[in-house]
Write a protein that binds this ligand. Structure first.
Ligand SMILES: *Cc1c(COP(=O)(O)O)cnc(C)c1O
Length: 364
């Protein structure tokens, strides 16, 4: 039986995406060729790329608003440096909000290009909250933030009002909730958290912000070159783009982002209610900043770990171990994780409580 997959990424995708991808590996579009062996310039794949790029803008509500969607490679980590390369003025600066490990990695790369102002950081509390009091320098080339902190289980619920272009790393919550996506000038996301398999990175960029940095940018790192080549400057990640398209189609058929948002809220509510109700567990993130995608929690008594680990593994749950920098547990509830899987976890947490309350009664 299929596991209840709580992996933080690469992660669960819809079952129909697995099935359709498997079919395409054997015979793509009845061409009697595998998707793994066709040219990226073939009519069938060019259609995949075009549809995927258009569907991204459609789902985000950004059609006809001057945005371009690109499927690049190098992961979100390459965007950490492509963003400053393309956007930071040669004598300028950029502003960053430090909300965790990934934000930090982005800051590290930006420093190679110029003055990098960290406007606020939640490092003082091991990143268990989102800072709210900060000012963005008006002369910054852009402001960079991370919408969802995959490792620490926090999520930005609102974004600053500023005239500075906003760049957002949405790797782990893109397509999971409704937002006014037009408030962002550049969004990027490694596919493997909520959109597809590892191997491609989605970049959505407002064209008017490009070409202003005064830098000479190597071709492969230049967003404008990728836009001009319709996301085929070089051989794209054919299979990951195809599997991402299948996930986007699945999402559209489900009713789009507003439909999945309701399911995601129901999943998060179910689990957080149990974390708060159950005396054996404690959440690690500030309640108002809790992520609907990655719930981080600890056992109050670490001595219960062995029993709990055995119980959730026996229930068919996979990928629940927390990141080493937080410890405990992390339940990643991406779009494709069904509500039933969350119920299985909640049942295990309740059973654990029963086991230990019986034991403590016997000891009395
Ligand atoms: C996983 C993750 C990254 C790194 O993604 P790669 O595609 O592995 O480079 C960056 N940012 C966030 C928020 C992530 O969750």
């Amino acid at each position: 039986m299929k596991k209840h997959n709580y992996s933080a990424g690469p992660c669960i995708l819809p079952q129909e995406v697995f099935e359709k991808s498997a079919k395409a590996i054997l015979n793509f579009n009845n061409s009697d060729l595998s998707i793994l062996e066709i040219s990226h310039r073939s009519k069938d794949f060019v259609a995949v790329m075009e549809e995927a790029r258009a569907l991204v803008l459609e789902l985000l509500g950004l059609e006809g608003k001057g945005y371009q969607a690109l499927f690049l490679q190098g992961g979100a980590s390459l965007e950490f440096l492509m963003v400053p390369y393309n956007l930071m003025k040669t004598d300028g600066k950029a502003a960053y909000l430090d909300t965790g490990t990934w934000a930090n990695n982005a800051i590290k790369e930006a420093k190679h290009f110029g003055e990098t102002v960290v406007v606020a950081s939640s490092k003082d509390q091991n990143y268990n909250y989102i800072p709210t009091e900060y000012t963005i320098p008006t002369d910054a080339s852009y402001f960079h933030c991370t919408s969802n902190n995959t490792i620490f289980g926090t999520q930005m619920k609102s974004f600053p009002q500023t005239n500075v272009p906003i760049v957002c790393d949405m790797s782990s919550d893109i397509f999971s909730r409704t937002l006014d996506f037009s408030q962002f000038d550049l969004i990027y996301a490694g596919a493997q958290k909520n959109m597809g398999p590892a191997g491609t990175t989605l970049v959505v960029v407002k064209e008017e912000i490009l070409g202003k940095s005064g830098r000479t940018i190597p071709s492969m790192l230049d967003y404008e070159k990728h836009i001009k080549a319709e996301s085929m400057y070089n051989t794209p990640a054919v299979f990951p783009v195809y599997a991402s398209l299948l996930t986007l189609q699945w999402l559209k058929n489900l009713g789009g982002i507003s439909a999945i948002e309701k399911i995601n809220q129901a999943k998060a509510e179910l689990l957080y209610n149990e974390i708060d109700r159950n005396s054996l567990f404690i959440g690690t993130a500030a309640v108002e900043d809790r992520s609907t995608m990655n719930a981080t929690f600890l056992l109050v008594n670490p001595e219960h770990q062995e029993t709990f680990d055995k119980m959730w593994k026996e229930a068919g749950i996979s990928g629940l171990a927390g990141h080493r920098s937080v410890g405990g547990y992390r339940a990643s509830m991406y779009n494709a994780l069904p509500l039933e899987s969350v119920q299985v976890l909640v049942d295990v947490m309740q059973k654990l409580e029963e086991v230990f309350s019986v034991q403590s009664q016997l000891a009395e």
